[in-house]
Design a protein around this ligand. Structure first.
Ligand code: UT7
Length: 330
């Protein structure tokens, strides 16, 4: 797509919970979690909200881009865990940043959300409708986590990542996206609240009373794992073919950080070395739609991204949804 990422930002809550902390809540241990997922610790909101993290990440991205809030035409926030239902998180971000000229809306596509936010903004920008967009993935998944379920509570963490996009006259890359609502029960959540029982000190083990199961994510981990390792390599090949880009032209594969073994399996199926698949899951766990922009921002700030490099971003998760997009770095 004819867009340029000209700034990135992220925000990570300072409260850390390591695997031993999880082992105090459920029957698990550090070794199992590290081996089966690659996760060592995760950061959990302690006073921060999905909106406040989105604002911090967004501000940092704007500051790097050297763009004022008034210049933003579009704000898209991808989230499944906003602390507000109405108004949308993107409008709350607009208010905090003073982005008075922006059109704002949220996007709900779980762990594929940031890739879809990128595609959505890129379509508006390359269609000539807007010139500048701020896209954000922000999640407080710890609010939606059942801390009695070892099949899910080991995985998730909180944080936000953002990118500023500008319309650009270079080559346009067409994205690949798919959905399979028929398999939605593999990862579901009926309702949500924004109370965090852990950091609010309300958790009291087996006997706690902090709502019914409808407030917590339910997951068939094996089904999601199998779906991801099959569909992500297919989507990557499809997006390369569609854009007539050779696989060896890709410098980085930025996958949604769900499980280290998923990333390793995708790399193996594509026949690519792990060096091209950066990971930060060890530090943050699975932050859903925030995982790709947090990783992108870390790489950007470390100077790992060079002008002319091609990146494939690939997301997958609840819906089921999945997709891949090619980004050319400037
Ligand atoms: O963002 C997208 C959404 N989510 C995902 O991408 C998640 C995808 N799935 C996964 O990452 C993995 O399926 C999990 C990490 C959730 C689970 O790993 P797994 O290798 O699929 O474990 P499993 O459910 O097959 O369980 C293997 C064994 C079982 O014991 P037995 O029956 O072999 O004796 C489980 O009871 O490990 C046991 N187990 C655990 N042991 C210690 C399951 N969870 C745990 C645990 N700690 N937390």
């Amino acid at each position: 797509m004819a867009v340029n990422i000209c700034g990135t930002g992220s925000f990570i809550p300072s409260h850390v919970m390591d695997n031993n902390g999880i082992a105090e809540l459920v029957d698990t241990n550090d070794e199992w979690i590290r081996e089966r997922t690659g996760i060592v610790r995760r950061h959990i909101v302690d006073g921060e909200t999905t909106v406040s993290m989105a604002c911090e990440a967004g501000e940092r991205a704007l500051s790097m881009a050297g763009i004022s809030a008034e210049e933003i035409d579009l704000i898209v926030v991808s989230t499944i865990s906003s602390n507000v239902v109405l108004p949308c998180a993107a409008c709350e971000v607009q208010k905090e940043l003073g982005a008075v000229n922006a059109t704002c809306f949220d996007l709900s596509a779980a762990c594929t959300g940031f890739v879809l936010a990128y595609n959505t903004a890129a379509a508006y920008l390359s269609g000539g409708i807007y010139k500048t967009a701020l896209i954000i993935g922000s999640e407080s998944l710890s609010n939606l986590t059942n801390w009695r379920d070892r099949g899910t509570c080991i995985l998730f963490g909180d944080g936000a990542g953002a990118a500023v996009l500008r319309a650009d006259s270079r080559r346009m890359y067409v994205p690949v996206t798919h959905s399979d609502g028929g398999k939605g029960s593999a990862l579901s959540l009926k309702s949500r609240h924004d109370r965090n029982v852990l950091t609010a000190g309300e958790y009291s083990g087996e006997n706690h009373d902090y709502g019914t199961d409808e407030y917590f994510m339910k997951m068939d981990g094996k089904a999601v794992f199998q779906f991801a390792v099959k569909k992500v390599p297919q989507a990557v090949r499809e997006v390369l073919e569609k854009n007539q880009v050779r696989q060896d032209e890709i410098d980085w594969f930025l996958l949604h950080q769900a499980n280290k073994r998923i990333v390793e399996s995708v790399a193996k199926r594509l026949g690519e070395p792990m060096e091209k698949f950066p990971m930060n899951i060890q530090e943050y766990g699975n932050t859903s739609s925030a995982s790709i922009p947090i990783l992108l921002d870390e790489m950007n700030r470390k100077g790992m991204l060079k002008p002319g490099q091609k990146i494939v971003m690939a997301g997958f998760g609840a819906g089921l949804t999945w997709g891949a997009s090619i980004v050319e770095w400037m």
